[in-house]
Write a new protein. Structure first.
Lengths: 301, 236
């Protein structure tokens, strides 16, 4: 099964309460994905020239302050770290790719969950209800966010196998469905230098998008490429620095409902998640067409 | 069968389990004098609400329903005051299932009898493999609606998406708005008097006023697919 939720704020009020809204949406889809859960929030941009990484270490007692101090020693600036359960967001005075490379070399014991200027990814095994509580999802603000509840079919239930998957700087993917040609596609992508951490099919879709965009495709072009190159069932939601995009396979096998008001745009596997939002009863509601990319972007103020 | 709200048996799913509710509704089938009118409070998108009913009772669901609501319905009149998820009234046998909002994919799939009314839009594959039920959608239907529909009727007041009526058998389709594309072997057919008559009946049964049968176009099977050639009969 699996469940997907997404919320894009059009007003300051929805931005301020984004986490509370997303958490209530996620809880509605608890039963669709009791194995693991995760969220991507777009919030609190890093200072110009700097970046932020979301890092994970299984030990909640991990010394993040030491890591942040080492990052500041390497790149300059003040150490900045915000721990959230067994994840931490570290703000670094360097571009995201340089910061990510440094973590890989200096601290191979931690996983980079996301890198960029605005994205934060948190994900963990266990019931979505427990995850939301444990990670304080309701406290988070942000311009937009995606969430996922996983019912595992293609690979093991692990933190790394949970969604969202990072697909590049400030990008992430959540997936409902299953891909049937993921082993073949993974081999091809590995030859192109894309690194995979799991046997998960959705991670292959994430890697595919990463590769296409690395080769110069726009997000829309990369998503359209999925229609030709990925075989199987999928509803994808992709988070970007400015918004999010939705794509369903050509049969539209997996569910998706979109809704829009003057205050927000929401996407969910089932309408019940959208029904928790203020003003849902007056929203324009529709189910996205198959093989069609839908996207929303924040217009620069 | 219409009872006033004052006499309705109210079941609150915030405090009663779905299994208990469905069991109580199933028990009405064997009851000498069933409880005629039910109201389900706080459905909150639960799946498999009011499935497998087999008694002449009226069930009102006061909110949104999840997957497979009123599946396999017999005799009962089920109304969802909200939106319904995938597989509304799947394999309905008789009775009436009405949704005041939208229905998700595969509404009335494989339905054998009875009437399914969607007052908003129905999405993809509405009436897939229809086997005798009637469907009236006040809004639009999504792609591949009435795919392989065998018999029964589907009336759409709005538009139809891609591949309407693909590989259709003998079901009759009526669409008032545009059809984005017809599926394999589906073709437009003449709207004759008998079709206007049955449209008028279906619209009346669905409580639709002010729409003339002449506003619809009729679609059906061109009967050109492999399965329609007698020379292939020995292959089955």
């Amino acid at each position: 099964m699996c469940g997907i939720v997404g919320l894009f704020a059009k007003t300051d009020d929805v931005q301020a309460r984004l986490g509370a809204h997303l958490a209530s949406m996620l809880l509605e889809l608890n039963d669709r994905g009791p194995d693991s859960a995760g969220v991507a929030f777009y919030r609190e941009p890093a200072p110009a020239g700097g970046s932020k990484l979301t890092l994970h270490h299984p030990d909640v007692g991990y010394d993040w302050a030491a890591l942040a101090a080492a990052a500041a020693a390497r790149f300059g600036g003040e150490p900045q770290v915000h721990r959230r359960e067994n994840h931490a967001v570290v703000v670094v005075a360097a571009p995201a790719d340089a910061a990510e490379a440094w973590v890989g070399e200096a601290h191979p014991e931690v996983r980079v969950m996301s890198a960029g200027s605005v994205i934060e990814i948190y994900k963990e095994v266990g019931l979505p209800r427990v995850f939301a509580e444990r990670f304080g999802v309701a406290e988070l603000d942000g311009s937009h966010a995606l969430g996922h509840t996983r019912m595992a079919t293609e690979s093991r239930v692990t933190t790394d196998g949970s969604h969202p998957f990072s697909t590049g700087l400030d990008l992430c993917l959540v997936h409902n469905g299953s891909l049937s040609n993921h082993n073949r596609v993974r081999k091809g992508l590995q030859r192109e230098g894309i690194v995979f951490r799991t046997e998960n099919d959705s991670e292959v879709a994430a890697g595919y998008l990463m590769w296409r965009m690395r080769e110069g495709a726009t997000l829309d072009q990369a998503l359209e490429g999925c229609l030709d190159d990925l075989d199987g069932f999928y509803t994808f939601a992709v988070g970007t620095a400015d918004g999010f995009a939705v794509l369903r396979d050509p049969i539209a096998c997996k569910p998706a409902v979109l809704a829009e008001t003057d205050e927000w745009v929401a996407m969910a596997s089932e309408y019940r998640a959208i029904a928790t939002l203020p003003g849902a009863e007056g929203a324009r509601i529709w189910e996205p067409e198959p093989a069609t990319v839908y996207s929303w972007e924040r217009v620069a103020a | 069968m219409s009872a006033t709200a004052g006499t309705a048996e109210r079941v609150d799913l915030a405090s009663t389990s779905l299994r208990e509710l469905n069991q109580r509704l199933h028990d009405q089938a064997g009851a000498g004098e069933p409880i005629r009118h039910w109201q389900i409070l706080n459905p909150s998108g639960a799946h498999a609400l009011a499935c497998g009913l087999d008694a002449p009772i009226e069930v009102e669901i006061m909110g949104h329903a999840g997957y497979y609501c009123a599946g396999m319905n017999k005799l009962a009149a089920v109304t969802v005051h909200g939106n319904a998820g995938v597989g509304l009234a799947e394999n309905i046998m008789s009775g009436v299932v009405r949704v005041t909002g939208n229905a998700s994919q595969a509404a009335a799939a494989t339905g054998r009898g009875g009437l399914v009314i969607v007052e908003g839009d129905a999405s993809a594959r509405c009436g897939i493999s229809l086997k005798g039920a009637d469907i009236v959608v006040r809004g639009s239907v999504g792609h591949m609606s009435a795919f392989m529909a065998q018999t029964g009727r589907m009336v759409v007041l709005g538009d139809a998406g891609d591949a309407l009526g693909d590989s259709l058998y003998e079901a009759r389709l009526y669409v008032r708005g545009s059809v984005r594309s017809l599926g394999a072997d589906c073709t437009e057919k003449e709207l004759r008097d008998e079709h206007r008559d049955e449209l008028a009946e279906l619209l009346a049964a669905a409580g639709v006023d002010g729409i003339e049968p002449g506003e619809f176009r009729r679609y059906g099977s061109a009967r050109n697919l492999y399965t329609f050639h007698v020379d292939n009969a020995g292959s089955y």
